[in-house]
Design a protein around this ligand. Structure first.
Ligand code: ZN
Length: 213
């Protein structure tokens, strides 16, 4: 099973290429879905995801850093799987991030650091974390993210290398403008808010389906 399939099966990510039909909290419909909270408790999928995160960077780093909170389990497991010397995280500090826990900042000097991230949208979080790593004299070798949902590039983020397991391009439409509704694509009811739609539209001609079993 590849990482994408595992993420879809866990209900965490669907890049929109699987012909699924989701209902979002906004009541809009679309083919893609992201809910990283479905990923973190799933040990088997986390194992596959972290193996995928470190693979393009192997032997190029000795420290893994994430941003609280989603980056914490990713950093720790990626560090373990890669044999890194250190795995740590930056905590939220107002609008910024900081290595505020005792000893965290001190280990970064001279280290080659891989940043791991669950969801890349504007890149603001990882750029703040990268800046903090450099302030502690660590070298950022790259960023590895589970899902890049806005087409961010390494140049935009100011790092040598960016790798993403999944690229998602979101498009969402109100039900009355939804092409999938016109085509009668079954609506997913156990991921997202399709169950709410089903209660108020039980006669939807395309019918309903579940993804998680
Ligand atoms: Zn629809």
């Amino acid at each position: 099973m590849d990482v994408m399939e595992a993420l879809v099966n866990a209900g965490a990510v669907d890049d929109g290429s699987h012909g699924n039909h989701y209902v979002y909290k906004s009541k809009k419909h679309g083919p893609a879905y992201i809910n990283m909270d479905m990923l973190f408790p799933n040990v088997e999928v986390m194992d596959q995801v972290c193996a995928g995160l470190i693979e393009p960077f192997l032997r190029g780093f000795d420290t893994v850093v994430g941003a609280a909170t989603g980056g914490i389990p990713l950093a720790v497991l990626s560090g373990y799987l890669s044999g890194a010397r250190y795995a740590l995280w930056a905590d939220k500090d107002g609008d910024d991030f900081a290595f505020s826990r005792a000893g965290f900042g001190d280990v970064l000097a001279g280290r080659q650091v891989l940043i791991v991230e669950d969801l890349l949208t504007t890149g603001g979080t990882v750029m703040k974390v990268a800046s903090q790593i450099r302030q502690h004299d660590g070298e950022v070798v790259g960023i590895s993210c589970v899902c890049n949902r806005a087409g961010m590039t390494s140049m935009q983020l100011g790092v040598p290398l960016l790798r993403s397991l999944v690229n998602v391009n979101f498009e969402a439409h109100l039900p009355e403008h939804c092409q999938q509704c016109v085509e009668g694509v079954p609506i997913v009811t156990d991921v997202g808010h399709g169950d709410t739609f089903a209660r108020s539209n039980p006669d939807y001609p395309g019918k309903f389906r579940t993804l998680l079993s």
